[in-house]
Structure formats: C-alpha cells, structure tokens
Design a protein around this ligand. Sequence first.
Ligand SMILES: Nc1nc2c(c(=O)[nH]1)N[C@@H](CN(C=O)c1ccc(C(=O)N[C@@H](CCC(=O)O)C(=O)O)cc1)CN2
Length: 297
Amino acid sequence: MTAQIIDGKAFAASVREKVAGHVARLKQDHGLTPGLAVVLVGEDPASQVYVRNKGKQTKEAGMLSVEHRLPDTTSEAEILALVETLNADPSIHGILVQLPLPEHVNAELVINAIDPAKDVDGFHISNVGLLGTGQKSMVPCTPLGCLMMLRAHHGSLSGMDAVVVGRSNIVGKPMAQLLLGESCTVTIAHSRTRDLPEVVRRADIVVAAVGRPQMIPGDWIKPGATVIDVGINRVPKDDGKSRLVGDVDFDSAVEVAGAITPVPGGVGPMTIACLLANTVTACCRANGLPEPEGLTA
Ligand SMILES: Nc1nc2c(c(=O)[nH]1)N[C@@H](CN(C=O)c1ccc(C(=O)N[C@@H](CCC(=O)O)C(=O)O)cc1)CN2
C-alpha cells in the first residue's frame, strides 16, 4: 500500500488564505495592518529566493512588507543598530533576520537583540524558554508548520510515539517540545544515537530534520507511520543539473508509511505560511486582541 501524500503546498495556501482573512478583519475592525520586516545580509542565493518569496507572500496577504538587504560587509554593530530601529518602530510587528548570517556576525547576539514580542522566527532565547516550559511564545515557523499538518492529519496526537531525527535549535528541539505539548512520547535522535534504524522503527510519527540527503530508507519506517520530511538537500543529477531531495528516501518510504510529506512541496511552503501566521499573532498580541484562531500552536 502506498502512503497518503500530505500536500504542503495546498496546506500552505489554506493557511495563507486564513491569514489574509485575519488581516482584512484587523484592518476593518481595528485599523491595524500587521507589518513584517525581513533583514537579509549578504548574497546567499537560496536566502535571496526565500526573502523574495517572504516579501511577495506578505504583501499578497495584505500586510506591510519591509525588506532590508545589506551587503555582506555590513558590521555586526550596524545590524544590531537596524534591529534596534525595527524594535522601536510601531508599524513593524514582526522582525526576521534571514539565516545563515555571514561568518563575522554573531547570529545569537543578533537574534537575542530582537524584541521577543516581534521575534516571529521564535528563535530568541526568551521564546525558546517559554516554549520549553509550555508557556505562550512565538513558535519557530518550520516546526509550527509540521505540527499543523500532523494535527490536520491525525486530530489528536496524544499518546503517539514520535521520533525527531535531528537536534538543531531551529527545528529538532522546538519540534520535540511541540510534540511533547501534544502528549506524544518523544525521542530526539541524532548522529550518535545507537541503533538509529530501530529507534525510528518504533515511531508512529517520524520527523526527519537531520540535513542529510535520503538518509532514512523505507525499511526504517514502521508500516503506517506518518513521515514529515523537513530536509531540503540539493543533489546533482546525471544531466549535470540538480534536484531537491529530503532526508527521507521518498521512493522506498512511500511504500511503507501511512502518510508522508514530499520534498519539494511538503514542509518548505509551510515555513513561509507560518511566518505570516506568526506576524498576525504578534500584531494581535501587541494590541491586546485575541489570538487568531487556527494559526497558533
Ligand atoms: N530566519 C530564518 N532563516 C531561515 C529559516 C527560517 O525559518 N528563519 N529557514 C530556512 C529557509 N527558509 C526560510 O527562511 C525556507 C526554506 C525552504 C522553503 C521552501 O518553500 N522550500 C521549497 C523548495 C524551494 C526550492 O525550490 O528551493 C519546498 O520545500 O517545497 C521556504 C523557506 C533557512 N533559513
């Protein structure tokens, strides 16, 4: 039996539609326009595409989009000064500094300079602590997108065995916290995990976020499990061009899993949709309004 494909592109479109509805109501009922500022330092080609798409989708949802594109010679002090300006700007409800930053910049310092209430990436240490202790926080976009898809597919996740393969601060760790919040039994696996295939085989939910192309084959997957593939790896093709693959070997996993996200078109599109959702949430919180339903963790 082949798995159900979880269509992240379609799901992201439905999230963006909800966001646009909330934005229209905020404008009409409260005279508010949520504003998102994105800071890009340097010329990383993939980051340029992501930032362009963020700006485009922000505007399409009816929000204010501000972009700051800085050369890779920009000093840490200049970036920190820009963050301070954005923190103080009442028209900006969300601030995102695109990662990776150039090597001479301390990314932690920059992220922790963002007002936690405007930290729509959920990377600020205050938001990390709030999420880790089950309190209201800004939730990182990629894990939030994964959670939305899992909830839509399963309803309740309570009691399920989940394994998160990968322990990064921006995906693995917050994903594990969110699954724990749903009352899953959560294992965080990584490169040093003993007998990784056996650990993955026990899971009803597998979130692959390890950054290694097609590392998880179908025979590691428990029959019927739900597989969420966060990996976005560019690999060479025979014709000299390249293609994107996930951390899961899709062709073998699709024969075993109950449901699976493809790459591309799975988790990736949800990342930007959830950024828009977080910006609306930040705007509502800043103005003492109720949280937008269906857009938060
Ligand atoms: N400050 C941040 N930096 C980065 C984040 C982040 O969440 N915050 N995440 C990634 C990049 N990223 C968003 O910034 C992102 C990655 C991938 C996609 C996406 O839609 N992927 C498509 C494929 C796109 C392609 O063809 O290359 C897909 O999977 O279908 C969106 C956003 C690192 N930096």
